[in-house]
Ligand binder design. Sequence first.
Ligand SMILES: Nc1ncnc2c1ncn2[C@@H]1O[C@H](COP(=O)(O)OP(=O)(O)OP(=O)(O)O)[C@@H](O)[C@H]1O
Length: 264
Amino acid sequence: MTYHGAEGDYTAVREVDLTVAPGRFVSVVGPTGCGKSTVLNAVAGLREPSAGQVLIGGEPLRGLNRRAGYMFQQDALLPWKTVVQNVAFGLELSGVEAERLARAHEWVVRVGLAGFENAYPHQLSGGMRKRTAVAQTWIGDPDILLMDEPFGALDVQTRQIMENELLTLWTDSGKTVLFVTHDLEEAVSLSDEVVLLSAGPGSGVVGRYPVDLPRPRDLLDIRTTPRFTELYGAIWADLRNEVMRTYERASHGTAGAGAVQDAG
Ligand SMILES: Nc1ncnc2c1ncn2[C@@H]1O[C@H](COP(=O)(O)OP(=O)(O)OP(=O)(O)O)[C@@H](O)[C@H]1O
Protein backbone atom coordinates (compact mmCIF):
# COMPACT_ATOMS: atom_id res chain seq x y z
CA MET A 1 0.00 0.00 0.00
CA THR A 2 1.69 3.18 -1.19
CA TYR A 3 0.62 6.67 -0.12
CA HIS A 4 1.27 9.49 -2.57
CA GLY A 5 2.12 12.76 -0.85
CA ALA A 6 3.64 16.15 -1.63
CA GLU A 7 7.01 14.89 -0.36
CA GLY A 8 6.96 11.74 -2.46
CA ASP A 9 5.60 8.23 -2.26
CA TYR A 10 5.61 6.18 0.91
CA THR A 11 5.07 2.42 0.86
CA ALA A 12 3.63 1.65 4.27
CA VAL A 13 3.01 -2.09 3.89
CA ARG A 14 4.34 -4.43 1.25
CA GLU A 15 4.25 -8.11 2.18
CA VAL A 16 0.94 -8.64 3.89
CA ASP A 17 -0.11 -12.16 3.06
CA LEU A 18 -2.74 -12.88 5.65
CA THR A 19 -5.68 -15.27 5.57
CA VAL A 20 -8.21 -15.21 8.39
CA ALA A 21 -10.61 -18.14 8.69
CA PRO A 22 -14.28 -17.30 9.32
CA GLY A 23 -15.21 -16.98 12.98
CA ARG A 24 -11.66 -16.35 14.20
CA PHE A 25 -10.56 -13.55 16.46
CA VAL A 26 -7.24 -12.29 15.13
CA SER A 27 -5.23 -9.36 16.46
CA VAL A 28 -2.63 -7.39 14.56
CA VAL A 29 0.25 -5.89 16.53
CA GLY A 30 3.43 -4.13 15.49
CA PRO A 31 5.54 -1.07 16.21
CA THR A 32 3.99 2.36 15.89
CA GLY A 33 3.48 3.47 12.30
CA CYS A 34 4.12 0.00 10.85
CA GLY A 35 0.83 -0.05 8.95
CA LYS A 36 -1.73 -1.78 11.16
CA SER A 37 -4.49 0.73 10.37
CA THR A 38 -3.50 0.70 6.72
CA VAL A 39 -4.18 -3.05 6.58
CA LEU A 40 -7.51 -2.65 8.36
CA ASN A 41 -8.54 0.18 6.04
CA ALA A 42 -7.76 -2.00 3.04
CA VAL A 43 -9.97 -4.80 4.42
CA ALA A 44 -12.72 -2.25 5.10
CA GLY A 45 -12.46 -1.07 1.50
CA LEU A 46 -11.69 2.47 2.66
CA ARG A 47 -8.42 2.36 0.69
CA GLU A 48 -7.64 0.31 -2.35
CA PRO A 49 -4.27 -1.49 -2.25
CA SER A 50 -1.75 -0.12 -4.77
CA ALA A 51 -0.83 -3.73 -5.55
CA GLY A 52 -2.39 -7.06 -4.64
CA GLN A 53 -5.94 -7.53 -3.54
CA VAL A 54 -8.27 -8.15 -0.64
CA LEU A 55 -10.47 -11.23 -0.90
CA ILE A 56 -13.63 -11.46 1.19
CA GLY A 57 -15.09 -14.95 1.20
CA GLY A 58 -12.90 -15.68 -1.83
CA GLU A 59 -14.29 -12.74 -3.83
CA PRO A 60 -12.15 -9.71 -4.66
CA LEU A 61 -13.26 -6.67 -2.67
CA ARG A 62 -14.47 -3.75 -4.75
CA GLY A 63 -15.40 -0.53 -2.98
CA LEU A 64 -16.62 -0.58 0.60
CA ASN A 65 -16.72 -3.89 2.43
CA ARG A 66 -20.46 -4.25 3.07
CA ARG A 67 -19.96 -7.39 5.16
CA ALA A 68 -17.85 -5.54 7.70
CA GLY A 69 -18.58 -3.30 10.66
CA TYR A 70 -15.86 -0.88 11.70
CA MET A 71 -14.98 0.45 15.15
CA PHE A 72 -12.31 3.11 15.65
CA GLN A 73 -10.57 4.44 18.73
CA GLN A 74 -12.64 7.61 18.40
CA ASP A 75 -16.28 6.65 18.37
CA ALA A 76 -18.46 8.13 15.68
CA LEU A 77 -21.48 9.07 17.78
CA LEU A 78 -23.56 11.96 16.53
CA PRO A 79 -23.77 14.55 19.34
CA TRP A 80 -27.27 15.70 18.44
CA LYS A 81 -28.74 12.19 18.55
CA THR A 82 -29.68 10.23 21.67
CA VAL A 83 -28.17 6.84 22.56
CA VAL A 84 -31.01 4.91 20.98
CA GLN A 85 -31.00 7.12 17.86
CA ASN A 86 -27.24 6.69 17.50
CA VAL A 87 -27.57 2.92 17.77
CA ALA A 88 -30.41 2.90 15.21
CA PHE A 89 -28.11 4.86 12.91
CA GLY A 90 -25.96 1.70 12.70
CA LEU A 91 -28.74 0.09 10.67
CA GLU A 92 -28.93 0.91 7.01
CA LEU A 93 -31.04 4.03 6.68
CA SER A 94 -33.81 2.01 5.12
CA GLY A 95 -36.67 0.38 6.99
CA VAL A 96 -39.50 1.59 9.13
CA GLU A 97 -38.34 4.10 11.74
CA ALA A 98 -40.34 2.51 14.60
CA GLU A 99 -38.84 -0.93 13.86
CA ARG A 100 -35.33 0.47 13.71
CA LEU A 101 -35.80 2.18 17.07
CA ALA A 102 -37.26 -0.99 18.61
CA ARG A 103 -34.24 -3.01 17.51
CA ALA A 104 -31.91 -0.26 18.70
CA HIS A 105 -33.64 -0.32 22.06
CA GLU A 106 -32.96 -4.07 22.38
CA TRP A 107 -29.29 -3.44 21.68
CA VAL A 108 -29.10 -0.59 24.16
CA VAL A 109 -30.33 -2.98 26.85
CA ARG A 110 -27.99 -5.72 25.67
CA VAL A 111 -24.91 -3.53 26.09
CA GLY A 112 -25.98 -2.51 29.59
CA LEU A 113 -27.33 0.97 28.88
CA ALA A 114 -30.96 0.47 29.93
CA GLY A 115 -32.20 3.76 31.34
CA PHE A 116 -29.87 5.82 29.14
CA GLU A 117 -31.80 5.47 25.89
CA ASN A 118 -32.57 9.16 25.72
CA ALA A 119 -29.22 10.48 26.95
CA TYR A 120 -26.97 12.42 24.57
CA PRO A 121 -23.32 11.45 24.01
CA HIS A 122 -21.99 14.37 26.10
CA GLN A 123 -23.94 13.03 29.08
CA LEU A 124 -22.17 9.66 28.95
CA SER A 125 -18.90 8.39 30.44
CA GLY A 126 -16.18 7.09 28.09
CA GLY A 127 -17.23 3.50 28.79
CA MET A 128 -20.89 4.27 28.09
CA ARG A 129 -20.02 5.96 24.80
CA LYS A 130 -18.07 2.84 23.90
CA ARG A 131 -21.04 0.62 24.73
CA THR A 132 -23.16 2.77 22.44
CA ALA A 133 -20.56 2.41 19.69
CA VAL A 134 -20.46 -1.38 20.19
CA ALA A 135 -24.25 -1.55 19.83
CA GLN A 136 -24.11 0.72 16.76
CA THR A 137 -21.61 -1.63 15.12
CA TRP A 138 -23.28 -4.92 16.10
CA ILE A 139 -26.87 -3.98 15.31
CA GLY A 140 -26.18 -4.28 11.58
CA ASP A 141 -25.08 -7.90 12.18
CA PRO A 142 -21.90 -7.75 10.07
CA ASP A 143 -20.02 -11.03 9.43
CA ILE A 144 -16.73 -9.25 9.97
CA LEU A 145 -15.74 -6.81 12.68
CA LEU A 146 -12.81 -4.51 12.04
CA MET A 147 -11.66 -2.89 15.25
CA ASP A 148 -8.89 -0.30 15.35
CA GLU A 149 -7.77 0.31 18.95
CA PRO A 150 -11.44 0.45 19.96
CA PHE A 151 -10.72 0.65 23.69
CA GLY A 152 -7.46 2.61 23.50
CA ALA A 153 -8.84 5.77 25.06
CA LEU A 154 -10.42 4.09 28.11
CA ASP A 155 -8.99 3.78 31.60
CA VAL A 156 -7.55 0.35 32.44
CA GLN A 157 -10.49 -0.99 34.46
CA THR A 158 -13.18 0.14 32.02
CA ARG A 159 -11.10 -1.24 29.21
CA GLN A 160 -10.94 -4.70 30.78
CA ILE A 161 -14.68 -4.68 31.38
CA MET A 162 -15.33 -3.69 27.76
CA GLU A 163 -12.92 -6.38 26.50
CA ASN A 164 -14.75 -8.99 28.58
CA GLU A 165 -18.09 -7.85 27.19
CA LEU A 166 -16.77 -7.89 23.65
CA LEU A 167 -15.72 -11.52 24.11
CA THR A 168 -19.12 -12.40 25.55
CA LEU A 169 -20.86 -10.87 22.52
CA TRP A 170 -18.46 -12.51 20.10
CA THR A 171 -18.63 -16.02 21.61
CA ASP A 172 -20.87 -18.24 19.47
CA SER A 173 -21.62 -15.30 17.15
CA GLY A 174 -19.59 -16.85 14.32
CA LYS A 175 -18.23 -13.40 13.49
CA THR A 176 -14.69 -12.87 12.28
CA VAL A 177 -12.78 -10.18 14.15
CA LEU A 178 -9.68 -8.34 12.97
CA PHE A 179 -8.47 -6.30 15.92
CA VAL A 180 -5.65 -3.77 15.81
CA THR A 181 -3.94 -2.84 19.05
CA HIS A 182 -0.73 -1.40 20.46
CA ASP A 183 -1.25 -3.48 23.54
CA LEU A 184 0.17 -6.99 23.39
CA GLU A 185 -1.60 -7.99 26.61
CA GLU A 186 -4.91 -7.08 25.06
CA ALA A 187 -4.05 -8.95 21.86
CA VAL A 188 -3.05 -12.17 23.66
CA SER A 189 -5.94 -12.17 26.07
CA LEU A 190 -8.65 -11.67 23.43
CA SER A 191 -7.43 -13.54 20.39
CA ASP A 192 -7.20 -16.95 18.76
CA GLU A 193 -4.13 -15.71 16.96
CA VAL A 194 -1.76 -12.72 17.10
CA VAL A 195 -0.21 -11.46 13.86
CA LEU A 196 2.99 -9.41 14.05
CA LEU A 197 3.83 -6.78 11.44
CA SER A 198 7.45 -5.73 10.97
CA ALA A 199 8.86 -2.24 11.31
CA GLY A 200 8.00 -0.04 8.34
CA PRO A 201 8.30 1.17 5.71
CA GLY A 202 7.38 -1.71 3.47
CA SER A 203 6.29 -3.78 6.44
CA GLY A 204 4.91 -7.28 6.26
CA VAL A 205 3.78 -10.19 8.39
CA VAL A 206 6.78 -11.51 10.33
CA GLY A 207 5.05 -13.77 12.81
CA ARG A 208 1.78 -15.57 13.47
CA TYR A 209 1.20 -16.87 16.98
CA PRO A 210 -1.73 -19.15 17.81
CA VAL A 211 -3.11 -18.44 21.29
CA ASP A 212 -4.21 -21.69 22.89
CA LEU A 213 -5.66 -20.22 26.09
CA PRO A 214 -8.94 -22.00 26.89
CA ARG A 215 -12.29 -20.29 26.27
CA PRO A 216 -14.46 -18.92 27.71
CA ARG A 217 -11.86 -16.56 29.14
CA ASP A 218 -12.21 -14.29 32.08
CA LEU A 219 -9.98 -11.42 31.14
CA LEU A 220 -9.82 -10.13 34.68
CA ASP A 221 -7.92 -13.28 35.68
CA ILE A 222 -6.31 -14.63 32.54
CA ARG A 223 -3.35 -12.27 32.57
CA THR A 224 -1.98 -13.91 35.71
CA THR A 225 -1.90 -17.48 34.34
CA PRO A 226 1.47 -19.11 33.51
CA ARG A 227 0.45 -19.91 29.92
CA PHE A 228 -0.47 -16.28 29.31
CA THR A 229 2.94 -15.16 30.60
CA GLU A 230 4.66 -17.71 28.37
CA LEU A 231 2.78 -16.66 25.21
CA TYR A 232 3.22 -12.98 25.97
CA GLY A 233 6.96 -13.45 26.50
CA ALA A 234 7.44 -15.32 23.22
CA ILE A 235 5.59 -12.72 21.14
CA TRP A 236 7.13 -9.79 22.97
CA ALA A 237 10.66 -11.07 22.16
CA ASP A 238 9.86 -10.67 18.45
CA LEU A 239 7.78 -7.50 18.78
CA ARG A 240 10.59 -5.93 20.78
CA ASN A 241 12.99 -6.49 17.87
CA GLU A 242 10.63 -4.70 15.50
CA VAL A 243 10.13 -1.85 17.98
CA MET A 244 13.92 -1.47 18.27
CA ARG A 245 14.27 -1.43 14.49
CA THR A 246 11.64 1.30 14.29
CA TYR A 247 13.54 3.41 16.84
CA GLU A 248 16.89 2.83 15.14
CA ARG A 249 15.49 3.84 11.78
CA ALA A 250 13.85 6.91 13.24
CA SER A 251 16.99 7.99 15.10
CA HIS A 252 19.39 7.32 12.18
CA GLY A 253 17.01 8.52 9.52
CA THR A 254 17.50 5.27 7.60
CA ALA A 255 13.85 4.53 6.95
CA GLY A 256 14.36 4.31 3.23
CA ALA A 257 15.30 1.84 0.54
CA GLY A 258 17.27 -0.40 2.92
CA ALA A 259 14.26 -0.76 5.14
CA VAL A 260 12.08 -1.82 2.23
CA GLN A 261 14.66 -4.38 1.20
CA ASP A 262 14.68 -5.83 4.73
CA ALA A 263 10.95 -6.29 4.62
CA GLY A 264 11.05 -8.07 1.31
N1 LIG B 1 -2.97 9.15 4.22
C1 LIG B 1 -1.66 8.96 4.39
N2 LIG B 1 -0.76 9.63 3.65
C2 LIG B 1 0.56 9.43 3.81
N3 LIG B 1 1.10 8.56 4.68
C3 LIG B 1 0.25 7.87 5.44
C4 LIG B 1 -1.18 8.03 5.34
N4 LIG B 1 -1.76 7.20 6.24
C5 LIG B 1 -0.75 6.57 6.87
N5 LIG B 1 0.45 6.96 6.40
C6 LIG B 1 1.76 6.49 6.84
O1 LIG B 1 1.79 5.09 6.66
C7 LIG B 1 2.43 4.47 7.78
C8 LIG B 1 1.51 3.46 8.40
O2 LIG B 1 0.42 4.15 9.02
P1 LIG B 1 -0.66 3.38 9.87
O3 LIG B 1 -1.54 4.40 10.50
O4 LIG B 1 -1.28 2.33 9.04
O5 LIG B 1 0.25 2.68 10.99
P2 LIG B 1 -0.16 2.06 12.38
O6 LIG B 1 0.70 0.86 12.58
O7 LIG B 1 -1.62 1.85 12.45
O8 LIG B 1 0.27 3.24 13.36
P3 LIG B 1 0.00 3.47 14.90
O9 LIG B 1 0.51 2.26 15.59
O10 LIG B 1 0.84 4.65 15.25
O11 LIG B 1 -1.46 3.68 15.06
C9 LIG B 1 2.84 5.59 8.73
O12 LIG B 1 4.20 5.88 8.53
C10 LIG B 1 1.96 6.74 8.33
O13 LIG B 1 2.63 7.96 8.56
